[in-house]
Design a protein around this ligand. Structure first.
Ligand SMILES: [Zn+2]
Length: 401
């Protein structure tokens, strides 16, 4: 597919967000990241409502909702946890989420069931997903210790087994009521390392769904690579994975897209860090953040970025009170992250440039993960795991020619 490249105008004179005369023509980013085989899906969780309502109250010219046609810029996908979404039956219409040429994903809400002690019925969830989303995830009981609220480690196997068995019950109910031809439902598999992964996988192996979904605990280079190789080993064609927006982990996901017909990955870091902490991603170095609001400690004269948000907003805008600044920072963060994805999208096609980039940035764990993926293609998932990641695995960071 030919990319729909657009050039953005150079920086406009600083303009305050409170200046009512300002008119902004939305930047259409549609097409810039449209590929058939993989897609980053920004996750909004609880701030969706806040973004929308503040926009309506304080700012009419353009919207902070990147899926609407009055947005500061347009991006064509969104993930919401069903726990938040199910409050509104016509969620998609209510928030004006497009039906066409758009990817709306529903997370299961399993995480909120465990951490916030709420209850979700598998049938209600499935009906809501089918009504609203383009695809959804099965209702898992995440492997979390109910007392410490921490994920079970590899050696905490008894607690882990119980959550896999409880999840099976939910998956069975959803499988029975699922209209397979109309709606994609991906089967959530949990686990760190082959022993846990295999146990969970076998618990639900007979229940066939559209593909697999994974949630690495935590989303490290190693854990993400293990899950991608595992999905490939099990022959999954469609995979969804929670990844975060790490500069170290995103290269693995984009490199691993070649294994699947459809790979989607989500993160809410851009919005939670942006909206809650006013942490502004530094362009060209996502690891660095500039804090605005109360924690602002700088004498910046202009924003160090030329994205559609920063062309309009000023340093003062991002430091002003209220919730709009947080929303603007979240949108800036999303843009900066998407640009990183565009960069990786290109360089992962060229192994030499890709590895050189990782090396120069000292991303040694990322290089190891890439080597693990390559090795798993040659010798299979289990052998590659034993050689590289099992305790005492070899140092492979210098194995690339
Ligand atoms: Zn920006």
């Amino acid at each position: 597919m030919k990319k729909d490249l657009r050039f953005y105008p150079s920086r406009q004179p600083p303009s305050s967000l409170t200046q009512e005369t300002l008119k902004f023509v939305p930047t259409q980013a549609r097409g810039l990241w449209v590929r058939n085989d993989y897609k980053f899906v920004p996750s909004v969780f609880g701030i969706l409502d806040r973004l929308s309502t503040t926009e309506r109250r304080e700012r009419r010219e353009y919207s902070l909702d990147w899926w609407t046609d009055t947005a500061l810029y347009y991006y064509d996908s969104l993930l919401v946890s069903a726990y938040y979404g199910m409050e509104k039956w016509d969620f998609r219409e209510f928030y004006k989420i497009p039906r066409k040429n758009f990817l709306f994903v529903s997370d299961s809400g399993g995480w909120q069931v465990v951490t916030q002690s709420v209850k979700i019925e598998p049938i209600d969830l499935l009906k809501w997903m089918e009504h609203n989303a383009d695809f959804g995830l099965t209702l898992d009981v995440p492997p979390v210790d109910p007392i410490s609220k921490k994920t079970y480690l590899d050696d905490q196997f008894e607690g882990f087994k119980k959550t896999a068995e409880l999840s099976r019950r939910n998956y069975e109910i959803m499988h029975r009521h699922w209209k397979e031809n109309d709606f994609q439902l991906l089967k959530v598999i949990h686990g760190v390392g082959p022993r846990q992964l295999d146990y969970w996988y076998r618990q639900v192996e007979d229940l066939e769904f559209s593909g697999l979904a994974f949630s690495p605990h935590p989303p490290s280079e190693q854990n993400i690579a293990i899950l991608l190789a595992y999905g490939r080993d099990k022959g999954a064609k469609k995979v969804h994975i929670f990844t975060g927006t790490g500069i170290e982990t995103t290269p693995i996901v984009i490199y691993g897209r070649k294994y699947f017909d459809q790979l989607t990955y989500d993160s809410s870091a851009f919005s939670t860090q942006g909206a809650a902490l006013r942490a502004y991603f530094v362009p060209y170095d996502l690891g660095q953040k500039i804090l605005f609001g109360k924690s602002y400690n700088s004498t910046l004269k202009q924003l160090p970025c030329n994205c559609p948000v920063c062309q309009l907003a000023t340093v003062d805008d991002l430091n002003s009170p209220g919730s709009v600044p947080g929303g603007l920072i979240a949108l800036h963060n999303l843009w900066v992250y998407l640009m990183y994805c565009v960069f990786l999208d290109s360089i992962t096609e060229s192994k030499d440039i890709f590895i050189e980039y990782l090396r120069r940035n000292n991303l040694t764990e990322t290089i190891k993960a890439v080597r693990f993926l390559d090795l798993s293609e040659e010798v299979g998932f289990y052998d590659a795991y034993n050689r590289i990641y099992k305790a005492g695995g070899q140092d492979v960071s210098n194995l690339f020619p």
